[in-house]
Design a protein around this ligand. Sequence first.
Ligand SMILES: N[C@@H](CCC(=O)N[C@@H](CS)C(=O)NCC(=O)O)C(=O)O
Length: 219
Amino acid sequence: MSTTAEYVLTYFAFRGRAEHIRLLLEDCKIPYRQNIIPDEGESWTPVKARGLETGEIPFGQLPVLHEAGTSLYLAQSGAIARHLARRHHKYGQNELEASLADMLYDTVSDIRQVYRDFIFDENWQAKRESFVSNASNRFALLEKFMSSRNTPYLVGQDTTFADYHLLEVIHIIQRVQSDIIRPYSWLQSFCQKMESRPNIAEYLKSSRRFEKPVPLPHA
Ligand SMILES: N[C@@H](CCC(=O)N[C@@H](CS)C(=O)NCC(=O)O)C(=O)O
């Protein structure tokens, strides 16, 4: 990571909603600095209050991306991913590809939401089977869509911001069910391609990568 950071990404000490942004930054070798808030409790409360006051955390939630040398403090993980994608050529080659990237990003967000609902459910143990079945059905639909398109990445020959989101969502769901994408050959080959991109492979092994998706013992 460069010391002359172009971007500062503020988030907590876990993967959460920042991870696909980190993956994009890392894959594109975009200089950035992480401003890590140790937890969502004691250390966060004063940071949030100050961030709301100064406008540096505009809606009191993280992640926030700050562009060095500007007054831009961008909240909302989807807006941040799209902003970086526009700036760094990860939004497809034309309007049609951009729209496909949007659709697929939102489709992946829906799968992530199913995962979130499951892990934050106090009866998560009882709901494990139905979660796995729901997630697998959603992956099956994505597999069918992608098999008919037959591109190496979601939109085409190169990655878009949607691909980093999908990789992370597969990774977090594999922690619940390690063979979740075994029936799906496109998804398997996608994962292999993403994980073997040199900058991603290096990042996944690095100390910059947080192990936990969220700070829950079962996640
Ligand atoms: N829609 C927002 C949701 C952001 C969000 O829920 N952030 C959580 C962490 S994942 C947060 O900041 N929680 C602390 C709080 O709300 O005080 C996004 O995608 O960025």
